[in-house]
Ligand binder design. Structure first.
Ligand SMILES: O=P(O)(O)O[C@@H]1[C@@H](OP(=O)(O)O)[C@H](OP(=O)(O)O)[C@H](O)[C@H](OP(=O)(O)O)[C@H]1OP(=O)(O)O
Ligand SMILES: Nc1ncnc2c1ncn2[C@@H]1O[C@H](COP(=O)(O)OP(=O)(O)OP(=O)(O)O)[C@@H](O)[C@H]1O
Length: 428
């Protein structure tokens, strides 16, 4: 296939959409062009002072962004392609990227601007279906962890807490202690498939958006292709026009209408159940059980922390992994994980982390009022060197929660095998 070159467009043709920890996204607004119209450009960022890209030579051939092959070969076997954006490689050019930085850096949030920038040394980027352009409104939800861990592998110190309060709610409490904005949103409500609870979750997401002035990343609104904050009266009016019959911008009324419309959209889509099933079945040991298995199995090898010096899987290994996951994995006795399956469990945890960190974009189907498309974005590969961070963060979050004296009860109504697992592990 002939490559697509970003230099066929001008930096001015691209407007800033949004960004996450690793990438920044721009939407094409130039003259009609079959390759670029209705597409976004997804560029990798690099932290200031990071040595991550010192090996990159902007003038030599670089590999394609691995996210493309990962989505094409791995994710699409687990999630039907209709719920994924299309992705393709675009060839970049350093001077073009530098001009884009000059033009658009001012549109980025100040706190992001202080920490990182577009990695101008990359010469490959991604063109993806634009999910927020070409529609009057679009919403983005980052649902996070939609399950409670099973008891089997939890220590006596954590079992009571971790089976009562979900990871997200404990993390929120931890973040609030460190001065960050809080939210009452609980992912288990959103993932519950129960209308009342889904509406409760959406109400909390709305309140978090409104009260944080749109700074939380769990809910974002896009109006006419641009991210909107609650203090932008014109955009809120357009939201009201879309959601409410009387176009009332009364906050309560708008929250109610948003909640009803989105609850309907989410309850009629298989996307959330797909995500929660993948998250929970891939993170079957919890990070505690994974760590125990790693320590048992790796004695004599490096003990510098979970996953330290474990090489990242190749794409072929990921393909083999998916085959095993779709066949044998479900019949293994996960209450007594086999040391021989350590690498499988490590890879499963990485993949689970991808599904715990992705977002969904909900936008009206073009012709039908009241019906929506739900698409999953950000299917990035996580690497083994994150495992140590996740293990430490888990400990910190749980210790903080224990000392806080809070006892929020999060209900995971999909935990069917829970009691069986508990009895089995006690019996053994
Ligand atoms: O650790 P978590 O649960 O806070 O997740 C991180 C996210 O924080 P969040 O909780 O969504 O605000 C974080 O999101 P933000 O940058 O805060 O929007 C990233 O998604 C990060 O992944 P990566 O470094 O981009 O690969 C995420 O890190 P990983 O857990 O995927 O390593
Ligand atoms: N296909 C798309 N169409 C429209 N907007 C998109 C698309 N993909 C991403 N975005 C926007 O760009 C933002 C950043 O993209 P993405 O979530 O993939 O980045 P990330 O750095 O991997 O995020 P995170 O920090 O959450 O891991 C998204 O939150 C979303 O607002």
């Amino acid at each position: 296939m002939t490559p697509t070159f970003i230099t066929e467009t001008k930096p001015e043709d691209w407007t800033y959409v949004s960004e996450g920890g690793a990438t920044i996204v721009f939407s094409y607004r130039g003259l009609h062009n079959v390759q670029f119209s209705d597409h976004v450009l997804r560029l990798r960022k690099v932290a200031y002072g990071s040595s991550d890209n010192t090996l990159l030579d902007a003038n030599s051939e670089q590999p394609d962004d691995p996210m493309i092959a990962f989505q094409e070969n791995i994710i699409s076997k687990l999630v039907p392609s209709e719920f994924l954006p299309s992705l393709m490689v675009v060839v970049l050019e350093e001077d073009w990227l530098r001009s884009l930085v000059v033009l658009r850096d001012g549109d980025r949030p100040a706190e992001r601007r202080q920490t990182d920038q577009i990695d101008v040394r990359r010469n490959k980027g991604i063109l993806a279906t634009d999910l927020i352009g070409g529609t009057p409104i679009a919403m983005e939800i980052k649902p996070k962890w939609g399950f409670l861990p099973t008891e089997c592998h939890l220590s006596p110190k954590t079992v009571a807490l971790k089976t009562a309060t979900c990871r997200f709610c404990m993390h929120t409490s931890f973040r609030m202690k460190h001065g960050e904005v809080g939210t009452t949103y609980c992912p288990l409500d959103l993932f519950s498939c129960d209308e009342t609870r889904v509406r409760k979750a959406l109400g909390a997401l709305w309140a978090g958006w409104y009260e944080s002035d749109g700074s939380l990343n769990n809910l974002r609104f896009f109006v006419q292709g641009r991210m909107t904050k609650p203090d932008d009266d014109h955009s809120v009016q357009l939201l009201a026009h879309f959601f409410t019959a009387d176009e009332s911008t009364d906050v309560q009324n708008l929250q109610e209408s948003f909640t009803s419309a989105l609850a309907q959209a989410l309850l009629s889509s298989p996307v959330l159940p797909i995500l929660s099933t993948l998250q929970r079945t891939l993170d079957i040991l919890d990070v505690e059980g994974l760590s125990k298995l790693y320590t048992q199995t790796s004695s004599g090898f490096s003990c510098d922390g979970l996953g330290s010096s474990v090489p990242d899987p190749s794409m072929e290994e990921w393909e083999d992994f998916v085959e095993v996951y779709q066949s044998d994995h479900h019949s293994w006795d996960h209450t007594v994980p086999s040391p021989g399956h350590l690498r499988h469990y490590l890879m499963a945890y990485l993949l689970s982390a991808t599904f715990k960190d992705c977002s969904i974009i909900i936008r009206p189907k073009s012709a039908q009022v009241g019906s929506f498309d739900v698409t999953i974005i950000d299917m990035d590969i996580k690497s083994m060197d994150r495992l140590g961070k996740w293990e430490k963060l888990d400990k910190k979050i749980v210790e903080h929660y224990k000392s806080s004296g809070n006892q929020r009860r999060c209900i995971d109504n999909q935990r069917i095998s829970q009691s069986g697992c508990t009895q089995l592990s006690k019996w053994r």
